[in-house]
Design a protein around this ligand. Structure first.
Ligand code: ZN
Length: 392
């Protein structure tokens, strides 16, 4: 990554070069921390003096901390650099049924978290969020809040939510009122796009330049990384595989169409399969359904298996169209990956075209925090430009 960035800036202004070098050094500290200046110079190919200057600047800006002193053979005692965990981000994950608000640091560790039911309108949601963000800001007085990152179950354009069929909010500007009320910068994006950034940021998947993140909850979304670059498409609408109709006579979808992939492969689909099979199923959450399957309820297991089949089958669109090396699956279903993962894998990897290669499927669960890590990554990406850098 570093070499690519450096070789392509020949002839650029010294300010641009400085910015790129800084980004390279920050990314190396992020991925290899704790790391000494000497190792930074070796890994980046930059002069030791350049590393020292950038390191001093980053320490002065409180992005990076120095110490502890290392103990290496032959008497060398270098000082290690690492990211400053007192730089925190407010992460917000908005879903149709609930909103989670958490404080996370630059390394993706969360210190606090609260969940509220999703208000019926964007205006009410903004008001509810401001009410909760203010005490969070007061509790973080001894830290530096870098901004607010928001993940959404839909597509955004210029701070506005423009397509969110499961949320049922009208097109609205969420960013401006939140930024005004808090004085913080607000970054927002589709949850699957944010999960792609989180994979690059926290999981260091730089070697995998073609990956797709599939979020599976009330709907099914996809975020696409091609040649190391996040693909947003015209009007930011790329990745809506969930709304490709598989059967025009199928059940109605929130987008107004019928028989879309997500109608068969989302959490809601599994609940529908279960309720269809049991006449008196009562009120059930997806988490309840998973627990029932774990406890040996055959009907629940069958419903989840059907969902897994459709999930994997729909992924063939992604495999044929984008040829990713890896597909990340983010959602509650991954809690039971040992049971339903093989079903998804078998379907997704069936009928790989001659000359193609089946993608590696990676479940991401982390106790439901994967989307919040995405929210944190949205803000960090602005500073570190990991994806932009990889694609430079
Ligand atoms: Zn649809």
């Amino acid at each position: 990554m570093a070499a690519t960035g450096l070789t392509r800036v020949q002839g650029a202004s010294s300010e641009v070069v400085r910015g790129i070098n800084r980004s390279i050094v920050l990314n190396l500290i992020r991925t290899r921390q704790p790391i000494s200046r000497a190792d930074l110079a070796r890994a980046s190919g930059l002069q030791r003096s350049t590393i020292s200057l950038i390191a001093e600047e980053l320490i002065k800006e409180h992005w990076v901390l120095e110490g502890p002193t290392g103990r290496l053979p032959r008497g060398r005692r270098p000082t290690f650099l690492r990211l400053n965990e007192d730089r925190v981000i407010i992460g917000i994950d908005i879903r149709p049924s609930q909103i989670t608000l958490a404080v996370g640091n630059v390394n993706g560790k969360f210190t606090s978290q609260e969940v509220i039911p999703t208000p019926v309108s964007p205006k009410a949601a903004v008001e509810a969020l401001i009410q909760r963000i203010q005490p969070v800001m007061r509790s973080c007085r001894d830290k530096k809040i870098e901004g607010i990152g928001i993940t959404l179950p839909g597509r955004t354009r210029a701070g506005s939510l423009v397509f969110a069929p499961n949320l049922k909010w009208p097109e609205s500007d969420i960013r401006t009122p939140l930024a005004k009320a808090t004085g913080l910068e607000v970054e927002m994006d589709n949850a699957a796009n944010a999960c792609v950034l989180a994979a690059v940021w926290f999981d260091h998947v730089e070697t995998c330049r073609n990956l797709v993140a599939v979020t599976v909850s009330e709907g099914v979304g996809a975020g696409i990384l091609i040649d190391g670059q996040l693909v947003r498409g015209a009007h930011g609408m790329a990745g809506e595989f969930g709304h490709v109709p598989l059967d025009p006579d199928g059940p109605p979808c929130g987008c107004g169409s019928r028989g879309c992939w997500e109608v068969y492969a989302s959490n809601r689909a599994a609940l529908r399969y279960y309720h269809g099979a049991k006449s008196r199923a009562g009120e059930l959450s997806f988490s309840d359904l998973l627990s029932l399957a774990e406890q040996g309820d055959e009907c629940a297991a069958k419903a989840l298996e059907t969902m897994a089949h459709y999930l994997g089958r729909g992924m063939r669109m992604i495999v044929a169209g984008l040829a990713p090396e890896r597909i990340l699956i983010i959602g509650d279903l991954t809690r039971c990956w040992h049971r339903f993962g093989p079903v998804i894998e078998a379907e997704a990897q069936a009928q790989v075209l001659r000359g193609g290669c089946p993608p590696q499927l990676t479940p991401i669960y982390e106790g439901g925090m994967a989307r919040l890590r995405g929210a944190i990554a949205l803000v960090l990406e602005r500073h570190f430009g990991a994806v932009r850098e990889a694609a430079a």
